[in-house]
Design a protein around this ligand. Structure first.
Ligand SMILES: CC(C)(COP(=O)(O)OP(=O)(O)OC[C@H]1O[C@@H](n2cnc3c(N)ncnc32)[C@H](O)[C@@H]1O)[C@@H](O)C(=O)NCCC(=O)NCCS
Ligand SMILES: Nc1ncnc2c1ncn2[C@@H]1O[C@H](COP(=O)(O)OP(=O)(O)OP(=O)(O)O)[C@@H](O)[C@H]1O
Length: 243
């Protein structure tokens, strides 16, 4: 793994090794560090984000912003115009899983959807980051966006954290969480950068092959190493950033 900056000592985090490289750079006294979580499908980015939220981080959820984008009337209308009204469920919402089957089977279809929703998502990411910077409940910001690197949304981010888990474990967790078939998982994986390319862009790695407590320990260790822990008390807000 190549990094432009030097590494610090890797602290012990329970049973797993936590690789930690350079801490966030200083960006002025009022700037709250912006950390981003990347990693392969189902590695546990959202689960890791919850660990950071317990320690005073504002979560910015890229998937949720994507869902919000699809609820915008102009985007919704464009989606229905292109992919058909069969996508509209009886309650009026879009059948995202069906849309996913279409776009993750064909890069051209996925590009078309991304062109519709990416500008909206990027704008909302910026807005939510700005809100979290002003919100006294939070000491740092955590962007949980699976396609952050692919979409080039990492411009404002200070540090990238790669969440890792073995492929069989990720698959089992995804089947349990979302009921996705092997084909659905493979289609989504193929739409993302290969894991090693994401890992090469990261400043730290969390190994999520243990239980949630083990992941929390690694997060706490990382925050301590980067000077972002709150004395280890975990007494700061658990609230995610509001939309
Ligand atoms: C295709 C859609 C409708 C499927 O919705 P669905 O509810 O089934 O999945 P959800 O949005 O929760 O995404 C789940 C996971 O799929 C993967 N995924 C989603 N979008 C993409 C994408 N454009 N490229 C690669 N992987 C993706 C991510 O790992 C994500 O965590 C939806 O994912 C979508 O609108 N995607 C385009 C917008 C986007 O890129 N969102 C992610 C922003 S981080
Ligand atoms: N350490 C863990 N122990 C048990 N279950 C876990 C652990 N980490 C994650 N999970 C579960 O695995 C599933 C996938 O985790 P999560 O949703 O956090 O992954 P993700 O990387 O955000 O996924 P996606 O790529 O779809 O955004 C979830 O159901 C989550 O609750």
């Amino acid at each position: 793994m190549e990094h432009p900056e030097g590494s610090t000592a890797a602290p012990s985090a329970g049973s797993t090794e936590l690789l930690v490289l350079a801490p966030p750079p200083p960006r002025g006294e009022t700037h709250k560090p912006i950390l981003a979580l990347v990693g392969p499908l189902g590695a546990g980015k959202s689960t890791a984000a919850e660990c950071f939220a317990r320690r005073g981080g504002a979560i910015i959820d890229g998937d949720a912003l994507g869902h919000e984008a699809l609820r915008q009337p102009a985007i919704r209308a464009a989606v229905i115009q292109r992919w058909g009204s069969d996508l509209v469920r009886p309650d009026g919402s879009l059948d995202r899983r069906a849309l996913g089957r279409i776009v993750f089977a064909d890069p051209a279809q996925r590009n078309a959807l991304e062109q519709l929703v990416f500008p909206y998502i990027e704008q909302r990411l910026r807005e939510q980051i700005a809100q979290a910077q002003q919100d006294p409940r939070f000491r740092f910001v955590v962007v949980d966006a699976a396609v952050l690197l692919e979409a080039g949304w990492n411009q404002e981010v200070d540090r990238i954290i790669y969440v890792d888990a073995p492929a069989p474990l990720r698959q089992a967790r995804l089947v349990q969480r979302s009921g996705w078939t092997q084909a659905e998982i493979a289609g989504r994986e193929a739409a993302q950068w290969p894991p090693e390319r994401k890992r090469a862009a990261a400043h730290a790695i969390l190994h999520n092959h243990g239980d949630r407590e083990d992941l929390q320990r690694q997060v706490d260790c990382l925050l301590q190493t980067w000077g972002l822990s709150n004395g280890g008390s975990g007494s700061t807000s658990r609230e995610p950033a509001s939309s």
